[in-house]
Design a protein around this ligand. Structure first.
Ligand code: HEM
Length: 535
């Protein structure tokens, strides 16, 4: 690895060069045809580009590099395995916003500034690839199950995505689920009050992330399958409990099977537990899909194609022939997983910060009741008049992008990023957590300041202009499928909570830190008090 002084100097030079040249527009690469396998200097040399020429293209081998053993030591010896986002902050401070690392055979190119993310994302393939999801695929292959959106690639992914985009992607389509979500929120409020009543103070919830998890699972099941699964009942049905437990088992054991060599799989318990976790998830999904399929068939037989009353998402996909039951089996369990931890943790982080910033909470309460007074259930159209609510969610996701690190593998072509040439199949690690706390984009980046997202706040708005500063739902055609549902769900719930309660931090919660367990979660239970508002 190059001595630090040289690396710093190189960053200074690159910084000047990039600033002068501006961002590489889509497809602008002049030297795309240079094979990356050429020796670095030879590959870099073009007309007028000698070794001392700041415009010459460089090989990725010139980048600062964290070797495999060192990276493993950082993860497990220094304890960064669950705090990779913090390690990325430190690495950026030391080496600058681009460095390489290795975990297995794959070389990873880490990118930790908004302009670098932009360069990769704007050059992404027609069918973008995140990473190979080998572990998830191994389960599907083991059980001869079909792949879903996270596990398919290429044209097959595109076709599946085209089908699943229907009734999901556009804001106007997500609105169709408002009544269903409000019904689940009614039950959530009942459950919240039961839990408050059980506490010593009569108003405390000891673990809001857990409660939001149950809410989010109930909500996404209702949207996908039009089926209530009892997550918000005081006594949760056994099937649902097993499902929740299996999701936990699958994620916990996947940490071990990721790093242990394959030959240990028959010898140690982790692989079997990992597969068992997935199997229970799929059995749960299959039962719901089979029920829905029978319903659609019965309706078709009774009333013909024109007589089918289309209601929920799966119903629509099956009855319109967009998805076969087998394709649904591959896709729906993955949607279930994607739709729970994401919204539930964002809601928990959001309420935590509202409780720590009473002046923001007071302003939000005022905004919400000004549009939807107590007794009026907030509706989708109300949100056009609640800019602070939107800003609170944006700011929460800036500080805690649920997916702190995403990736793209550029399969189709060599690619130039920041003057470096990368061969086909390079995997880029997109360090979103680091980027969305970058002081050069966000003033006072560690503070919760939702007002920075409001138009009236011109100073902050000007700084927050970089389109890749905070992209919590990802980017482009492979961006989050559930974004509109997630936004609607979070807005409806937060608005309702603001109508009824003042949320106060329970003393035992103290300061929270973020931990990466696939998604970014609080490092301990978030206990909050929900004080009933008097009118
Ligand atoms: C706060 C809520 C959520 C956040 C922050 C979030 C974030 C993300 C991100 C960052 C990605 C990767 C996008 C990319 O690679 O460019 C993603 C993918 C995905 N999300 Fe979400 N998500 C959320 C909620 C949901 C919900 C509620 C659902 C389910 C309905 C969902 C379904 C998916 C699916 C299926 C993909 C994979 C898309 C594909 O590969 O084509 N997400 N999400």
């Amino acid at each position: 690895m190059a001595p630090l002084g040289c690396v710093r100097l190189r960053w200074a030079l690159l910084g000047t060069r990039v600033a002068g040249r501006g961002l590489c527009p889509l497809g602008c690469r002049a030297k795309a045809a240079i094979p990356a396998s050429l020796p670095a200097d030879e590959a870099a040399e073009g007309p007028g580009a000698g070794p001392g020429d700041p415009r010459r293209l460089r090989s990725w081998e010139e980048l600062p590099r964290i070797g495999r053993l060192r990276f493993l030591f950082q993860l497990f010896g220094q304890g960064y395995a669950l705090r990779l986002h913090e390690l990325q902050m430190l690495t950026k401070a030391k080496y600058g916003p681009i460095w390489t690392s290795t975990t297995g055979p794959q070389l990873l190119v880490n990118l930790a500034s908004a302009p670098l993310l932009e360069q990769v994302m704007r050059q992404e393939d027609k069918y973008p690839t995140r990473d190979s999801m080998e572990l998830w695929k191994a389960h599907r292959d083991h059980q001869s199950l079909p792949y879903g959106l996270f596990t398919t690639e290429g044209h097959q992914w595109y076709q599946l995505r085209q089908a699943l985009n229907q009734r999901m992607l556009k804001p106007a389509e997500a609105v169709l689920y408002t009544d269903a979500l409000n019904e689940v929120i009614d039950d959530f409020i009942v459950r919240l009050n039961q839990i408050r009543a059980e506490s010593a103070s009569g108003d405390q919830v000891p673990d809001v992330a857990h409660l939001f998890y149950h809410f989010a699972l109930e909500a996404i099941c209702y949207i996908l399958f039009e089926k209530r699964i009892g997550c918000l009942e005081p006594s949760i049905p056994e099937d649902t409990v097993n499902f929740i437990r299996s999701v936990g088992h699958m994620f916990q054991n996947s940490v071990y099977v990721t790093f242990l060599p394959k030959w240990t799989r028959p010898l140690l318990p982790f692989w079997r537990r990992y597969l068992d976790g997935w199997n229970t998830i799929f059995v749960f999904g299959k039962k719901l899909i089979d029920q829905k399929f029978k319903e659609v068939e019965a309706q078709l037989q009774a009333a013909g194609p024109d007589g089918v009353q289309i209601s929920g998402y799966l119903h629509f996909l099956l009855s319109s022939g967009l998805l076969s039951p087998r394709e649904a089996l591959g896709s729906l369990p993955e949607l279930l997983l994607a739709g729970v931890d994401t919204t539930s943790n964002t809601l928990a982080w959001g309420l935590y910060h509202l409780s720590k910033n009473p002046e923001v909470q007071t302003a939000l309460h005022k905004e919400v009741v000004g549009v939807a007074p107590p007794g009026k259930v907030p509706q989708h159209k109300d949100f056009a008049h609640m800019p602070l609510l939107r800003a609170v969610i944006k700011e929460t996701l800036r500080l805690y992008p649920v997916v702190p690190t995403n990736s793209r593998v550029i399969m189709e072509k060599e690619i130039e990023i920041d003057g470096y040439v990368f061969p086909k199949n390079t995997q880029f690690v997109l360090c979103h957590y680091v980027v969305s706390r970058d002081p050069s984009i966000f003033h006072d980046p560690e503070s919760f300041r939702p007002h920075r997202w409001l138009r009236e706040n011109k100073a902050d708005a000007a700084k927050a202009q970089h389109p890749f500063g905070s992209v919590p739902f990802g980017y482009g055609v492979r961006g989050c499928l559930g974004r509109r549902i997630a936004e609607l769900e979070m807005k409806l719930l937060l608005a309702r909570l603001m109508q009824h309660y003042e949320v106060v931090l329970a003393p035992e919660t103290g300061e929270l830190e973020a931990m990466g367990r696939i998604v970014l979660v609080p490092n301990k239970k978030v206990a909050l008090r929900f004080l009933q508002r008097q009118y």
